[in-house]
Design a protein around this ligand. Structure first.
Ligand code: 1GP
Length: 251
């Protein structure tokens, strides 16, 4: 199995280098906005594009990724909200198991159904323990997953969930307050989780200020994902990326 991008994530973590990822929801972009986001991302030295959404209504996932790929070398990682969101044009796929929930379909059921198709895609598969944290209001992911998120102040639950995920073999942990969350994940929770796992920790959901991205990295996040805020204000890409990259282990 390919591990190029995972090796890159892991080596960046070892070096204390933080990464910034722009989330693109194919439903919310057109060719003009993709152009704009890609150009701003190249200038801002964005590390990755995550592409996907809890609900992808349109069917231009392939087209969207091809458009990104034709303009830059920034790796594209699929962040699928459903098994149908697989595109051979991406570089890798976050193979998400919703370990914070108790919905067997999202823990293993959909994976069983989509396994042959996912394997055939030839994509790098990144086994990811996905932990949804209460973001202060129901989000698409909390509704669609039909699973209770981790309460925002229960740091120990998040910590034990991440530890269990890692010991079960997950290569990445993604903690998400959900797209457009009112309240992003607290630094205390990020710190608690990051000090108890060794694998790269991805944090997203409701991050709208560069200062918050910076604090998350200082608390132990390795990759920061921002979607909504950038859709509203693409120029934020520059500040967000600079804030994330300004954090290093020795800082
Ligand atoms: C959502 O983590 C991502 O799954 C990003 O969230 O759109 O709120 O930035 P936002």
């Amino acid at each position: 199995m390919k591990q190029d991008l995972f090796n890159q994530f892991a080596s960046r973590k070892r070096q204390g280098r933080k990464s910034f990822s722009v989330l693109i929801d194919p439903d919310k972009v057109d060719s003009k906005s993709i152009d704009q986001i890609v150009n701003l991302s190249i200038d801002a030295k964005v590390d990755y594009f995550f592409v996907g959404g809890s609900l992808v209504i349109s069917n231009h996932l392939d087209e969207c990724i091809q458009m990104i790929k034709s303009q830059c070398d920034i790796p594209v990682v699929l962040f699928p909200g459903s098994p149908s969101q697989v595109s051979k044009y991406a570089d890798a796929l976050l193979y998400l198991s919703l370990i914070s929930g108790r919905n067997p379909e999202l823990l293993i059921g959909q994976h069983v159904i989509s396994a042959p198709f996912v394997k055939m895609s030839g994509l790098e598969i990144m086994p990811t323990g996905y932990i949804v944290v209460d973001g202060g209001a129901p989000t698409t992911v909390s509704y669609i997953s039909n699973a209770t998120p981790v309460p925002a102040d229960k740091n120990e639950i998040a910590m034990c969930t991440a530890m269990a995920g890692e010991m079960l073999g997950m290569k990445l942990i993604y903690m998400d307050a959900g797209s457009g969350a009112k309240r992003p994940i607290s630094e205390a929770m990020i710190q608690k989780v990051s000090t108890h796992i060794e694998c790269p920790l991805i944090i997203g959901g409701g991050i709208i200020e560069p200062e918050k991205a910076y604090k998350n990295c200082k608390s132990g996040a390795d990759i920061i994902v921002v979607g909504n805020a950038i859709e509203k204000e693409p120029s934020l890409i520059k500040e967000m990326s600079a804030a994330v990259h300004s954090v290093s282990v020795s800082a």
